[in-house]
Every structure is written in C-alpha cells, then in structure tokens.
Design a protein around this ligand. Structure first.
Ligand SMILES: [Zn+2]
Length: 156
C-alpha cells in the first residue's frame, strides 16, 4: 500500500518461537492459544493465504488486520478486511495496523507485522509530484486550445 510506513516486521521473533516449539522447549498449547474473538475475526475478516500453518500443517494461515488510532473512535481495536484499509487510509490522517496470522485448525497465532497508514503518509515528495502533474496537464491544456488566454483577456 502506498501510504504504508514505519513497518515493524516480527518474522525473526516468530522464527525464534517456532524453533523453540519444534525442539520442544515450548509446548504447542502455549502458542496455539488464539482466543474465540481472534478465530472469529479470522473467519469473518481474515485474508486467506497459501502458507501452511507452521505448527500443525493441516490448514493454511489466515491474516487478520487489527486497526488502532484515536481517529477511529469506537472502531479502534476492530479487525478489518484488507480491502477496507486503502479506503480508511484515504479518509484518516493516521492509524496503526497490526497483522496477526492465525491457524483456524490448531489456533496457532502470532503478530507478524505492524505499520502506520493514513493520509499523513502522502509526504512532500508525493505532493510535489502531484502538483507538478497538475501543472503539466494544465499547461498542456493551455497549449492545446490557446483559448484560455483569450478568455483571460476578455475578463480583464
Ligand atoms: Zn495450525
């Protein structure tokens, strides 16, 4: 997504945890503890993936996107479909997204990524590019028709 920023990747932590699970240091019950809320969120708002669950290998993982931020008011902390995020990013200044992977079969779950979204991310460079594009198309129109100068003279 274009406005995605301050991305924090948790794949190292996940790999370390899975290593401990696979060598028996941590029991699967401790890591396969998705709450009923998280499982419901996965079922109704989750994004299916082609990735197999690293613990049970029975099911593919589902990604759940949780959103947080003052502007969201009562929606803060809710799970949203991935397709809804770009719309929110255009309307809100800034909000935080937490991406959690869930196995609906064994209840494995782990935070995999967090990032900020929102209009604030449209930085000066992009705004300048946008302004330049508008200026270019405006001057193009001006050259094409040549009539705008006449109109301007007429108004004066
Ligand atoms: Zn699983």
């Amino acid at each position: 997504m274009r406005t995605q920023r301050q991305v924090v990747d948790y794949s190292l932590q996940k790999r370390a945890l899975l290593r401990d699970v696979h060598n028996g240091k941590i029991g699967t019950l401790e890591v396969c503890d998705a709450s009923p809320y998280l499982k419901n969120a996965a079922r109704f708002h989750g994004e299916p993936t082609d990735e197999r669950c690293p613990v049970c290998r029975r099911d593919n993982l589902t990604l759940v996107h949780y959103i947080y931020g003052d502007e969201l008011k009562q929606s803060a902390g809710q799970a949203r479909k991935l397709a809804e995020l770009p719309v929110l990013a255009m309307t809100l200044r800034e909000f935080q997204v937490f991406v959690v992977e869930v196995c609906q079969s064994c209840a494995w779950n782990h935070l995999i990524e967090q990032y900020l979204l929102g209009r604030d991310a449209l930085n000066a460079d992009e705004l300048e590019t946008g302004a330049a594009a508008v200026a270019a198309s405006a001057s193009g129109r001006h050259r094409e028709t040549g009539s705008s100068s006449h109109r301007r003279e007429g108004r004066q």
